[in-house]
Each structure stands twice: as C-alpha cells, then as structure tokens.
Write a protein that binds this ligand. Structure first.
Ligand code: NAP
Length: 307
C-alpha cells in the first residue's frame, strides 16, 4: 500500500471534464493528481464521430480523448486503472482511498461521468458480449453484413445506427415512441442513410443459443408481439450517473442522481466540486471541459482563501 501523500487537488475520473480539471489545477499551481478507474476518455471514447467540438470538423471520440490525454499528461499525473473506493473528510483534509493506496488532499473534483442505462429485459445479461453491446465503435466490426437492431431514440442511438450502417450492417432502429429525441440534423442523416425504423415498439426479450438470434418486440400500435431475426443488439437508451462516491459522502443530488452544483461547480460539500456528465444538464464534451476548468479554478480560489 502506498503511504498517504498530501495533494492540493485530487480529481476522480479522467473523462474530458477530469482531464481538463487536472490540467487547470496544475496550471494554477496546485499539486494535483487524477485517478481513472479505466482508461482516459470515459464514454467519449465510444462516440463514433464528434462534429460539434470546436476546432475539429469531425473527429472520432477515441482520437479526441487520446489528444486530450496527451495534452493533460504534459501537466498532470493521471493514474489509469486505479479506482477510488472511498473519500471522507479527516480533520482538514479529504482522505481518498483507492484499491492501491490512500491519499490526502485539500480539495477534490468528482468527474465520474455516467454509465450506460440497461434495458432490463430477459436475455440482456445472458447475451452481453455474445451479440449484445452498448458500443458500436467497439463491437460493430463483428456484425458487418449482418442484421442488427439499435434500441433507442436519442443522439447516441442515432449515431450508433449511422455508424453501423456505414460499416455495412443491416440496421434497424427500434424506438418506444413515434418521434425521435435526437437532434434534427442527425435525424435527417438517418433518413438519408435509409435506416429502417420500427416506431412505437418495445423490446421485450432477447433470445439466442450461444449468441443472439432474435428479439421479441411488442408493437404498441397493433398490440402484437413479433420476433425479429437479428445477430446483434446495440442498446443505446441513455445513461445513468456514476454517483456512488457522491452518495457515500452525502453530497446533494437531484432526483435523477446527478450532483447539484452552483455555477462555480461547488457541491454541497466544502471544497468538493463536480464537473462533466455527473452534473447532468447539457451532456456534451465541450460543456464537460468547461466545467472541469471552472471546478479547478474554484478549487484554486477557495484554497487561496484558506491560507
Ligand atoms: P437520451 O438523450 O437520454 O436518449 C435516450 C433514448 O432512449 C430516448 O429516446 C429514450 O426514449 C430511450 N429510452 C430510455 N429508456 C428506455 C427504455 N427503458 N426502453 C426503451 N427506450 C428507452 O440519451 P443519449 O442519446 O445517450 O444522449 C445522452 C446525452 O448525450 C444527451 O444530452 C445527448 O444530447 C448527448 N449526446 C450528444 C451527441 C451529439 O452528437 N451531440 C451524441 C451522443 C450523446 P424517449 O425518447 O421515449 O424518452
């Protein structure tokens, strides 16, 4: 176990928000450390194409995350594959425990992001990795020339459907309502790409043997169930906040579990800030970066007041 070392700022989560917070922390002169339970980039790694991050006309999520990591790492140490398990106030410092050690810090930024929402139907757990995926850029390649179903009606689902269509999958999108939530620009692209859409339809079960073979869908208009023969199911029905640490510390959250912050990214707990998707709202990379910068700057200002 590594012995406790003192930091000014510890950032939990190295998505776009956390990497930016780390970079701004060090640039403000704060002794800063960033932890990431997986690899840098978070869910942005899975975005097939990003067209609304200023400075890049079109960039793959993974490429943008890699560039951010490269830049942030010039300033701040990022410890990938080190999960923060616990955080608690101990006298004047926050004690941060990871699976590898324990650390003391005067301030912290929580930028733990979101995780994929599960559909919660029969077969979802059983066939995960055997035809069911939550990431088209990660797994789409295995389904080229094959029939696949994308579940959802938001930006993510439409982007996943477009990506899969583009690499040669036979794509059908299934949505529980008669109208997509995705931005109009994406809807237009979907129409141009000729992706088949099953409206007002709910996935009730995913069936297979060693791998996925079909999906049972309920058609709400006709009030009948039918079986769609597919080899892949890409579930893209939104995200849920990764708020375990916030819950553990009693930080104020809204009714959906997103951390509540003020406009300086301060949470209900002194010297604990939150940034990025974990704060809900407009969940976009450009916003996450901005919130990361604000959170680190607020930490700097608040620590200055302490001296
Ligand atoms: P989202 O906007 O919350 O959309 C989730 C979709 O899944 C909705 O269409 C919803 O249906 C459907 N859904 C939710 N629960 C379901 C269930 N149990 N069964 C069936 N369908 C269900 O999520 P998202 O698309 O992942 O986007 C999340 C955020 O990231 C948004 O703020 C989005 O703008 C942003 N984003 C942006 C881009 C971009 O290119 N700009 C790309 C990806 C994500 P209803 O419509 O009926 O509620």
């Amino acid at each position: 176990m590594e012995k406790a070392k003192n930091y000014d700022l510890i950032v939990v989560g190295a998505g776009p928000a956390g990497m930016t917070a780390g970079m701004y922390g060090v640039r403000s002169g704060l002794e800063t450390l960033v932890f990431e339970k997986g690899i840098c980039g978070g869910l942005s790694n899975e975005a097939p194409e990003i067209e609304n991050y200023p400075g890049f006309k079109k960039v793959r999520g993974m490429e943008l995350a890699e560039k951010m990591k490269e830049q942030a790492s010039e300033y701040v140490e990022i410890r990938e594959l080190e999960k923060v398990e616990k955080m608690k106030w101990s006298v004047k410092n926050l004690e941060v425990s990871t699976e590898k050690g324990s650390y003391l810090t005067r301030a912290a930024v929580i930028s733990t992001g979101t995780r994929h929402r599960r559909l919660g139907v029969k077969g979802e757990d059983e066939f995960l990795g055997r035809g069911i995926s939550y990431c088209a850029t990660c797994d789409g390649f295995f389904f080229r020339d094959k029939p696949v179903l994308v579940v959802g009606g938001g930006d993510s689902a439409v982007r996943e459907a477009l990506y899969l269509k583009n690499i040669g999958c036979e794509v059908t999108l299934v949505h529980r309502r008669g109208k997509l939530r995705a931005e109009p620009y994406l809807q237009k692209n979907l129409e141009h790409a000729g992706v088949r859409i099953l409206w007002n339809s709910v996935v009730r079960e995913i069936r297979g043997d060693k791998k996925v073979r079909s999906v049972v869908r309920f058609d709400k208009d006709r009030e009948i169930e039918d079986e769609l023969l597919v080899e892949g199911v890409f579930i893209s029905i939104g995200e849920e906040p990764v708020n375990d640490l916030a819950a553990q510390m009693g930080i104020g959250m809204d009714r959906n579990g997103y951390i509540i912050t003020d406009k300086n990214q301060r949470t209900s707990l002194e010297r604990v800030y939150a940034a990025g998707d974990i704060t809900g709202g407009v969940r976009q990379i450009v916003v996450a970066c901005a919130e990361g910068a604000i959170a680190a700057t607020s930490a700097y200002n608040d620590l200055l007041e302490l001296v």
